[in-house]
Design a protein around this ligand. Structure first.
Ligand code: CU
Length: 148
């Protein structure tokens, strides 16, 4: 007799979570408003539990997490070249990701889930990645400066 209210409560809870989770789309482009080899939008704010779909708008791109620049214990992702990849953002904080073929061209992006609890750590640790950029050298710094 006591299990029914519990079941109803669980079902309602599940429905609430499902209703809140949003899917966001990021395009992978050769040329965008912010220059060559870009993700758009490059800085994306989401809620924990949302999904982000990376779409190969132009050829020869992928999206993969930079594992030194994301919340501790969060899931990594590696999308295949020319394939869309959908990622569920599972932990609060700042995630930096890159396109592997164009990482040296500064093709990076930022996802912020909830509050940017690890922002200072990511800023400090991003210098190693930024040092490898042959162009768009200030891009990641610029993106991280937009994170609030
Ligand atoms: Cu690319």
């Amino acid at each position: 007799m006591k299990t029914l209210p519990l079941l109803v409560a669980m079902t309602l809870g599940l429905t609430a979570v499902t209703a809140q989770a949003a899917e966001h789309t990021v395009a992978m482009k050769n040329t965008g408003a912010e220059g060559m080899m870009v993700f758009e939008p490059a800085v994306l704010n989401v809620a924990v539990g949302d999904t982000v779909k990376f779409v190969p708008t132009d050829m020869a791109h992928n999206s993969q997490s930079v594992d030194t620049l994301k919340p501790a214990g969060s899931a990594s992702w590696v999308g295949a070249i020319n394939e869309p990849v959908t990622v569920t953002i599972d932990k609060e904080g700042v995630y930096v990701y890159q396109c592997a073929p164009h990482a040296m061209m500064g093709m990076v992006g930022v996802v912020v889930a909830g509050k940017p609890v690890n922002l200072e750590q990511v800023k400090a640790d991003s210098k190693a990645l930024t040092a490898t950029f042959m162009m768009n050298q200030t891009r990641l710094d610029d993106y991280l400066a937009q994170v609030k």
